[in-house]
Design a protein around this ligand. Structure first.
Ligand code: NBP
Length: 479
């Protein structure tokens, strides 16, 4: 059947296969292609009954199977494979056709690809897709970039296959031109790292300070999941913590090596934040915590280092401590999102993307890993005030943090006393305290810079740049 497929998917590993099935289940005819044709045939054999698929083997067959203007989605390993696939297909396409990259591309690669293909009249749509294999099949959160024209053609299809938020709205929005979608997806993943780290710290504090067992902590997380922390990550945390290893009868969490891996999007979030000058300390601590966990030799060499002589609180104190940990977790989470949204806003300014922060928070309410009830409130905050300088400037969040802060500080005191690392909680609190400070030691830093490098400084009481003659009579000169 020539020219009959409304969309084509090339790259039929776990994500591409499930996205293709999702399109087909929603009534679209889907052309299929994969470098290794066996995957294409396996899909049709296993799931052909779910909808209309057109299996193809060559690039030419694949392109010919698509209706015009063509929508060709790439779901291959990010990086060089994506470039290889673009080079294979682009010469076969015509002006007005569209290539959609749903892989986890770096947004700078997306900007380059978009620029290159624009000259050929081809729309390149870099699209973040979140929700893993389950989301790809049943409804992911989708973050497309690219031209407005491409969204007009593709958007309705994405809206159909996307997750739906609790109010029924599709979890997809046109993020902005060229790399905006992949940038938003990158920060989404950075926030995901921070969320997971904060949850990990809460778990360790409940275990090592309060003395709860993994099963008891699972119950605590289940209770938290009925409140303001209601989210997918809290929900699955309870599942993981209550799971018992069949081979040993031990809690599953105790038989897994404590080395967390990473694929790179969290690291990119931090690298780009450094370039943009945006403090994302909570996300950075989450990335570093995973790195530290992987330094097995360093950890083994340090295991004998002396810690505090700590004793766990009694049982009556444990319940009160758990309540405090909930406050610390919630407050730290608000800070992580504040930092993540700051990065999106800075990226949007830098690249002229005009990203709608309220719309971004709305599409993370369903399908994706960080989906949470709390995102509704972030959306409300940005809807009420699109120019909100920071989430912490929102009255409701500010009040919640004010109410949480005593407990937050107490939790960190307990963590420090007992020698339990809580870098995410502590970075979040330091960020909060730094933002609300009247004066920062940056004045001293600038004084030091002027001393050793004549870097000059600005005064609080007069306009202009100044330098003190440190090596001479220490008089001040205007620079
Ligand atoms: P993988 O990232 O494991 O990639 C496997 C696919 O890439 C296969 O179809 C493979 O073809 C194809 N491929 C490779 Br590898 N090199 C190729 C080349 N040079 N030319 C053509 N095809 C090539 O698949 P995935 O886990 O399904 O992820 C797909 C994309 O979605 C990735 O960019 C990933 O980062 C992103 N993503 C993944 C998730 C997730 O939860 N897994 C979530 C969100 C986004 P072959 O069959 O011939 O080897």
């Amino acid at each position: 059947m020539s020219n009959s497929a409304q969309i084509g998917v090339t790259g039929l590993a776990v994500m591409g296969r499930n996205l293709a099935r999702n399109f087909a289940r929603n009534g679209y005819t889907v052309a299929l292609h994969n470098r290794t044709a066996a995957r294409t045939h396996a899909l049709v054999e296993d799931f052909g009954h779910e909808g209309d698929f057109v299996a193809t083997e060559t690039a030419k067959e694949f392109v010919e199977a698509l209706e015009r203007p063509r929508r060709l989605m790439i779901m291959v390993k990010a990086g060089e494979p994506t470039d290889a696939v673009i080079q294979e297909f682009a010469p076969l396409l015509e002006p007005g056709d569209m290539i959609i990259d749903g892989g986890n591309a770096h947004f700078e690669d997306t900007r380059r690809r978009e620029r290159d293909l624009r000259g050929q009249g081809i729309h390149f749509v870099g699209t973040g897709v979140s929700g893993g294999e389950e989301g790809a099949l049943n409804g992911p959160s989708i973050m497309p970039g690219g031209s407005k024209e491409s969204y007009a053609s593709l958007g309705p299809m994405l809206e159909k296959i996307s997750a739906k938020a609790p109010d029924g709205s599709p979890c997809v929005t046109h993020c902005g031109p060229d790399g905006a979608g992949h940038f938003v997806k990158m920060v989404h993943n950075g926030i995901e790292y921070a969320d997971m780290q904060l949850i990990g710290e809460a778990y360790q504090l409940l275990r090592d300070v309060a003395g709860y067992s993994p099963a008891q902590i699972a119950d605590i997380f289940r209770t938290w999941n009925t409140g303001r922390l209601d989210s997918y990550l809290i929900e699955i945390t309870a599942e993981v913590l209550s799971h018992v290893d069949a081979a040993t009868g031990k809690p599953f969490v105790d038989v897994v090596q404590d080395r967390a891996e990473q694929k790179g999007t969290g690291r990119w979030t931090v690298q780009i934040a450094l370039d943009l000058g945006v403090p994302v300390s909570g996300i950075a601590e989450a990335v570093f915590a995973r790195s530290l966990s992987g330094h097995a030799d360093l950890r083994a060499a340090s295991r004998e280092l002396v810690g505090p002589r700590a004793k766990p609180p009694g049982e009556s104190e444990a319940a009160a401590f758990a309540d405090r940990v909930e406050q610390a977790l919630y407050a730290s989470k608000i800070v992580s999102y504040t930092q993540g949204f700051h990065e999106i806003s800075a990226g949007s300014d830098q690249y002229d993307w005009d990203i709608d922060l309220g719309a971004v928070s709305a599409i993370w309410r369903g399908g994706c890993i960080i989906r949470a009830a709390f995102l509704d409130r972030i959306r409300a905050a940005y809807d009420a005030r699109p120019d909100l300088p920071s989430l912490l400037s929102d009255e409701t969040f500010a009040q919640e943090i004010a109410a949480a802060q005593d407990d937050w500080r107490e939790v960190l005191v307990a963590a420090t006393r007992q020698g339990v690392p809580a870098p995410g909680f502590s970075a979040a609190l330091a960020y909060y305290d730094a933002l609300r400070a009247d004066r920062l030691p940056a004045a001293l830093t600038q004084g030091q810079r002027d001393f050793f490098g004549a870097h000059t400084y600005r005064r609080v009481d007069r306009e202009g740049s100044f330098h003190t003659l440190w090596g001479g009579d220490r008089s001040e000169v205007e620079a």
